[in-house]
Every structure is written in structure tokens, then in C-alpha cells.
Design a protein around this ligand. Structure first.
Ligand code: NAI
Length: 422
């Protein structure tokens, strides 16, 4: 994607030696992705046990690539014998051209890690974070070289998913941005520039439509109905099946982290916390919104009682939602937040939102992306839906000014895609 005016004609920095910090789900996937692209990788973990685990995970990912015919077995052996190393000492990153951090999602931990990277990285090394939500400007402040700091937000599994959000912080140097895009190209990934905010492009929009579906479940829909309505619409998976796949602990941690900043009128999916508290974490425990035994996943039989109790506590009389209403609300929430994301520059163009949602979030490809879908569906209809829903909840359902302006001017999101290419 060479359309970024900011990096037109800017040469990227060299990219041969990659450092990865953290060898969990993402770090191991990022390491494998780089190794498969022929790069040299040094991965840092906390102790010997964790380095051994990371080494084994990366070995498994490469073995998977061999069995899918993507990598020759001899090449895999050569990578494991030469191009890939693990270590517990950050000093091993002294020669790295680009270092990607993929440790726990905690500002405190990331600040410590970036201070440590700052001490060992060579001048002009690119220092990247794979954070999902955290403020990249603040992470950059933990170093004495904020110009070199950038967000590189990979998706899970990182050696398979093609999307990369390149998160440009306030002080990120143009050649560092160019290097982020060059890395994506080297890895065969699709890069989209994103600005700093809570969740960048994709997770910010995801948080918003999750809030809309969770509100419907609080008010009477079942998670299974929501999943069915949205897979019928064309999503690869419904949001509750996705929760089970990611692990319900991830959502619970995110809610805990954000609890202090929560608006009193934000609605909390208490039912998700109840499942988490009883240890139903999704696929990894065999039970979440669904029960995973042999055959087709079945709805968790505990859910109706949990939902009844949560609704009774909140004084909610459950109501029915038809599938069309579920889709209308989900899409209205998605399009509305996407409009805000474009208006404040987090996404440069509506097209970038579509690329992110199609390649990172299972949005139905044949519908072109939420922005293209919105233009075809009619922005006036979506705005009318949001205004109707604001009578029910005028905190969540506030029309994005950009959406209202486009409708007033008889324009579409597609009109905003022009004029920004270099
Ligand atoms: P994880 O818990 O699987 O792995 C984190 C790893 O970091 C652990 O192996 C831990 O031992 C290691 N670690 C912690 N502190 C360390 C330190 N000081 N030095 C070296 N290693 C250290 O977590 P996961 O899922 O891989 O997430 C990592 C980051 O990637 C988080 O910021 C997360 O928000 C982000 N992310 C996660 C995605 C996902 O789907 N899991 C998707 C995109 C981003």
C-alpha cells in the first residue's frame, strides 16, 4: 500500500535481523512469520523454561508449514539450526534491525520492556509493539528514542493472518513507518496505516459492535441466535463463537483493565463474567458459550439460567429480537464507529476500514467491507436506524457527525476514498 503521502519516496531502514520479545501466542507466530520469509530471528523470553516452550511452539508452527507444503523440510532444519535463536538476555538484541514486543497486555510491563530495549538496541533500530489496545505514544515515552517507536499489530495466528495494522504514533519518523510497510511486504501481509487510539482501527470498531450485540443479549437475544443471524449475514463466525475461540479470559481481562474508565451508562456483559468466573473459558476448557465435545458445538446448558439471573438483577424484562434487527443493530454500530474512526484520522480512508475488517475480522468478503456495504445499503437508512435506537439508549446510539454530514450532503463513504492517494 504505497498510497501513504507521509512515506512517498522515503526509504525504509534495513530489515534482516528481527528481534521478538515474548514467545507466547503472538510472539511465536510473529517469529514463525519472519522465519518463513527468510529473516533472521532472535526471540527473548523470561526464563529458560519459557524459551524452551517458545522454541517448541515455533518448531511446531514451522512443522505445520512443512506439512502444508509451504516450507521444505530441509529448509526448516536449516532455519532451526541457524536463523532462529532464543535467549533470556536482552543484550542478544543488540544487532536487531527491528524489534517487535509481544509480551503481556499491560502498560507497566510494556514500559519496562521498552526501557530495557532502549538500553540494548542499536541506533536506528525500529522498536515495535504488538499491543492490541494500549497507547503507543506512552510506550514510546519509555524510551529516549520515540521517533523509532511504532505499533505493528499482527493478528492471530500471526504466521497465517495477512493483515498488519501499522500504528503511527505522534513522533514516529517517516522512515520508521516506511520500514513497517516494508516488513509487511516482506512477510506477504497487507498493511494498513492506523492512528493511535484505544484499539486502533479494527479492535476499536470490534469493541463497538460487541457492545451492540452484548446489549441485545442482555435485553433478551440468545448468544446462539446472534451468532446464527450474523453467520447467515455472511460473517465467518459469530461474535460468541469468536469469544470461545479467543478465550473468555481475554474479554474479562480487557473489561477489568477498562473498568476504571467506564462510563456509568456503558452496559456491561455480566453474563460473560459469570461464565468466566465459573471457569468456562471457551474452547480451551471445552465450555464457553458453547460446549465442545465430539461433533457440532452445542449451546452451554448453563446459559439460560445465567441470563435469567443477570436480567433479573438488572431489572430487564427480556424481549425478542428478529434476525434482521440483530443484523441492523450490529451493522449500524459498526458503521457508526467506523465513521468516527475515519473522521478523527485513525483510519485515513473508508477503504482502509474495509481492508481491516475483511482481512482481520471475518467480514463477509462478497459484501466488500462495512463501508462499501453501508454505501450500498443506504447511509440514510443506517442513520435512521441509529436515530430510532437512540430513543432506547441515547448514550450508546449517537449518530457519528460524519455519517450525518454525508447523508445531509447526499454523499457516500466512497467519495472520501478519493484524493488521499499519493
Ligand atoms: P501470551 O500470554 O500468549 O504471551 C506473552 C508472553 O510474553 C509470555 O510467554 C510471557 O512469558 C512473555 N513475557 C512477559 N513478560 C516478558 C518480558 N519482560 N520479557 C520477555 N518475555 C516476556 O500473550 P499473547 O496473546 O501472545 O499477546 C501478546 C501481546 O500481543 C499482547 O499485547 C496482546 O494484546 C497482543 N495481541 C494478541 C493477540 C491475540 O489474539 N492473542 C492479537 C494481537 C495482539
Amino acid at each position: 500500500m504505497a498510497h501513504l503521502p507521509q512515506i512517498k519516496g522515503v526509504a525504509p531502514r534495513p530489515l534482516d535481523r528481527i528481534g521478538v520479545i515474548g514467545g507466547g501466542t503472538m510472539g511465536a507466530g510473529i517469529a514463525a512469520s519472519c522465519l518463513l520469509a527468510g529473516l533472521d530471528v532472535t526471540l527473548i523470553e523470561r526464563d529458560e523454561q519459557a524459551t524452551a516452550r517458545a522454541q517448541a511452539t515455533v518448531g511446531d508452527l514451522l512443522a505445520g508449514a512443512v506439512s502444508r507444503g509451504k516450507l521444505a523440510a530441509a529448509r526448516r532444519d536449516a532455519i532451526l539450526a541457524g536463523a532462529f535463536r532464543t535467549d533470556t538476555d536482552y543484550a542478544a538484541l543488540g544487532q536487531a534491525d527491528l524489534i517487535v514486543e509481544a509480551v503481556f497486555e499491560s502498560m507497566e510491563v510494556k514500559e519496562q520492556v521498552f526501557a530495557a530495549i532502549d538500553r540494548v538496541a542499536k541506533p536506528d533500530a525500529v522498536l515495535a509493539t504488538n499491543t492490541s489496545y494500549l497507547d503507543v505514544d506512552r510506550i514510546a515515552d519509555a524510551t529516549r528514542r520515540p521517533r523509532d517507536v511504532i505499533g505493528l499489530h499482527f493478528f492471530s495466528p500471526a504466521h497465517v493472518m495477512r493483515l498488519l495494522e501499522v500504528v503511527v504514533a505522534d513522533r514516529t519518523a517517516p522512515e520508521v513507518v516506511a520500514t513497517g510497510f516494508a516488513l509487511a511486504k516482506r512477510l506477504g501481509k497487507i498493511a494498513v496505516r492506523a492512528g493511535v487510539c484505544d484499539g486502533f482501527i479494527g479492535n476499536r470498531i470490534l469493541s463497538h459492535y460487541r457492545a451492540a450485540v452484548d446489549a441485545m443479549v442482555l435485553d433478551g437475544a440468545s448468544p446462539q441466535q446472534v451468532d446464527r443471524a450474523l453467520t447467515d449475514f455472511g460473517f465467518a463466525m459469530g461474535p460468541y463463537a469468536v469469544s470461545d475461540l479467543a478465550g473468555l479470559d481475554i474479554g474479562a481481562m480487557t473489561r477489568q483493565r477498562k473498568a476504571a474508565d467506564r462510563h456509568p451508562r456503558d452496559r456491561v456483559p455480566v453474563f460473560a463474567d459469570r461464565l468466566y468466573e465459573q471457569g468456562d473459558l471457551g474452547r480451551k476448557t471445552g465450555r464457553g458459550y458453547y460446549v465442545y465435545a465430539d461433533g457440532k458445538p452445542q449451546p452451554n446448558p448453563d446459559l439460560p439460567a445465567i441470563l435469567d439471573a443477570v436480567r433479573a438483577d438488572l431489572g430487564i424484562t427480556p424481549r425478542d429480537f428478529d434476525d434482521a434487527e440483530i443484523v441492523a443493530r450490529t451493522m449500524a454500530a459498526m458503521v457508526n464507529e467506523a465513521a468516527r474512526t475515519v473522521a478523527d484520522g485513525t483510519a485515513l480512508r473508508p477503504l482502509d476500514v474495509d481492508v481491516v475488517m475483511l482481512n482481520g475480522y471475518g467480514f463477509p468478503r462478497w459484501r466488500g467491507g462495512p463501508m462499501l456495504w453501508a454505501d450500498a445499503h443506504g447511509l440514510d437508512r443506517i442513520l435512521a436506524d441509529i436515530r430510532r435506537l437512540s430513543q432506547e439508549d441515547d448514550h450508546f446510539w449517537q449518530p457519528a457527525p460524519l455519517l450525518a454530514d454525508l447523508v445531509a450532503d447526499g454523499r457516500q463513504f466512497a467519495d472520501l476514498n478519493q484524493g488521499t492517494s499519493a
